[in-house]
Ligand binder design. Structure first.
Ligand code: DGY
Length: 391
C-alpha cells in the first residue's frame, strides 16, 4: 500500500533534519559519500524545506549555496566542507558550475517569504555570468565538463569517452564507474582555468546540452517573474527559441545536445534530458511529443520510473548510474514540464512512481527502474523532493 502524503512529508522532514548542518546552514546530500555542499542539490533541498513547511531553512540553504559566488557572478558547483579538492585548482570551492536551479528555488520560496535583495542580486549575477561567459555564437549555453550538467555518466558523453579510451566507435564503449572517473579527471586536466580558478574553456570537451539550456531559460523566466525585469523575460524567450532552432530532433521527438568541442556523435541518444526543453518551448506540438514519452513504457515510463535513458535504446541499463536508473530530481523537473502544459495525468503518474520509489528505496540517490532497488548513496537528501510532488 502506498505511503500516505502525511507520512511522506514527515519522512522527508526527518531526512532533511538528519542532514542539516546548523552552523553552515545547509544540508549534505549524504553524510559519508557527499560531505560537501553541492549547488543543484542545495537548490533542490531548499525546495524540499519549503515542501515540509520550513521555508526559513530553505532560504538559509539557498543563501549559503550562493555565498561562494565569485565577483564576476560565477557560482561554483561545490562549496567544500573540510577537505575537498579535485575539481580545479582551488581548495575551497570547485571551479565548475551546475544547472542554475537557484532561480526556480527562489521562486518556490517566494510563495512563503520575502526574498532578500542580496539573494536576488546573486541570482541575476549568476545568470548574467552564464549569458556572458558561456554562450556560443548561436546563442546557446555550453558546459566544459559533464559535471556541469549534473548528469555525470550519461551515454551522451560516450563519444568523448571513446576518444579518451582509444575506442574507434563510441557504441563500443563499455561503461564502468572506474573508467568514467578516469575520464572525469582527464577532462579536469584539459580544462582551461582563469587566474581566479574558474573554468573558462576546455581543450577537448565542450557541449551545449539540451537540459542545461532548458533549465537556464527556465531560470531566466523564473527570475523575471520574481524581479519584474523584462530583459530576463526576453532572454528566456530568446534562449527557448535557440533551443528549438538548433536542438529539436524530429525523429526522436526530443531535443538533442549540440557538441561544441570534440565528441558529439552520440548526441541523439534519447535521454530524459531531451524532454526538459518542454519547460520552455513555445511549441505545443513538440512539447506534446516529448511529454507523451513520459507515459510510454518503451521510452521513459517504468514500474519505478522515470528511466533517464529511453528503455528501447541499447544504452539503457535499468540500474545504471546515469545510464537508465531513475533519479528524484529528474522526476521533479519532468513533472514541472508536464504541469506547464496542463498534463496533470503525467504529473500524477510521476508523483506516484516517486512515492513508490522512496517507500522501496529509503530515499536512495537513484534506483533500478524495474525492481525499485535503491542504488548509490542511501539516503540522498534531494529524494525528499517527493514531498514537493504531493498534491
Ligand atoms: C563531483 O563530485 O564533482 C560530481 O559533481 C559528483 O556528481
Amino acid at each position: 500500500m502506498a505511503l500516505e502524503a502525511a507520512a511522506v512529508r514527515s519522512r522527508a522532514a526527518e531526512l532533511l533534519a538528519a542532514h542539516w548542518d546548523s552552523e553552515r546552514g545547509h544540508t549534505y546530500p549524504n553524510l559519508t559519500t557527499y560531505p560537501h555542499q553541492w549547488l543543484w542539490d542545495s537548490c533542490f533541498a531548499s525546495i524540499c524545506w519549503a515542501a515540509v513547511g520550513r521555508p526559513d531553512n530553505g532560504l538559509r540553504e539557498l543563501t549559503n549555496a550562493m555565498s561562494s559566488q565569485f565577483a564576476d557572478g560565477f557560482v561554483p558547483h561545490i562549496r567544500y566542507a573540510g577537505n575537498g579538492s579535485g575539481r580545479g585548482p582551488r581548495s575551497d570551492v570547485s571551479s565548475y558550475t551546475q544547472p542554475p536551479i537557484h532561480a526556480h528555488a527562489a521562486r518556490v520560496l517566494s510563495a512563503d517569504l520575502a526574498l532578500p535583495a542580496d539573494l536576488l542580486g546573486r541570482i541575476s549575477a549568476g545568470l548574467q555570468w552564464l549569458w556572458t561567459k558561456r554562450r556560443t555564437p548561436d546563442g546557446l549555453l555550453y558546459v566544459v565538463h559533464p559535471w556541469e550538467t549534473g548528469v555525470d555518466d550519461s551515454p551522451r558523453w560516450d563519444s568523448w569517452a571513446s576518444d579518451f579510451l582509444g575506442i574507434a566507435d563510441w557504441r563500443e564503449v563499455r561503461w564502468t564507474r572506474e573508467s568514467f572517473t578516469r575520464l572525469d579527471l582527464y577532462l579536469v586536466d584539459e580544462t582551461i582555468f582563469d587566474e581566479q580558478g574558474e573554468a573558462v574553456g576546455s581543450r577537448v570537451f565542450a557541449c551545449a546540452p539540451a537540459a542545461f539550456n532548458a533549465l537556464a531559460a527556465h531560470a531566466a523566466a523564473e527570475y523575471a517573474a520574481l524581479s519584474g525585469e523584462r530583459e530576463w523575460e526576453r532572454r528566456a524567450v530568446e534562449l527557448a527559441q535557440c533551443i528549438d532552432a538548433h536542438m529539436w530532433n524530429p525523429g526522436a521527438g526530443l531535443w538533442s545536445d549540440v557538441p561544441i568541442v570534440g565528441g558529439g556523435e552520440d548526441r541523439h541518444v534519447p535521454t530524459l534530458d531531451g524532454v526538459l526543453p518542454a519547460l520552455v518551448t513555445a511549441d505545443a506540438e513538440r512539447a506534446g511529443r516529448a511529454l507523451d514519452q513520459l507515459r510510454d513504457p518503451l521510452r521513459f515510463a517504468a514500474p519505478f520510473g522515470l528511466a533517464v535513458v529511453a528503455r528501447d535504446h541499447p544504452a539503457c541499463d535499468p540500474a545504471g548510474y546515469w545510464r537508465g536508473g531513475a533519479w528524484m530530481q529528474m522526476n521533479y523537473l519532468a513533472r514541472l514540464a508536464a504541469l506547464r502544459w496542463g498534463r496533470t495525468e503525467i504529473a500524477a503518474e510521476i508523483a506516484a512512481m516517486s512515492v513508490a520509489a522512496v517507500e522501496r528505496t529509503q530515499f536512495a540517490e537513484y534506483w533500478n527502474i524495474e525492481t525499485g532497488e535503491g542504488l548509490g548513496a542511501i539516503p540522498l537528501t534531494w529524494s525528499a523532493l517527493v514531498a514537493a510532488m504531493l498534491d
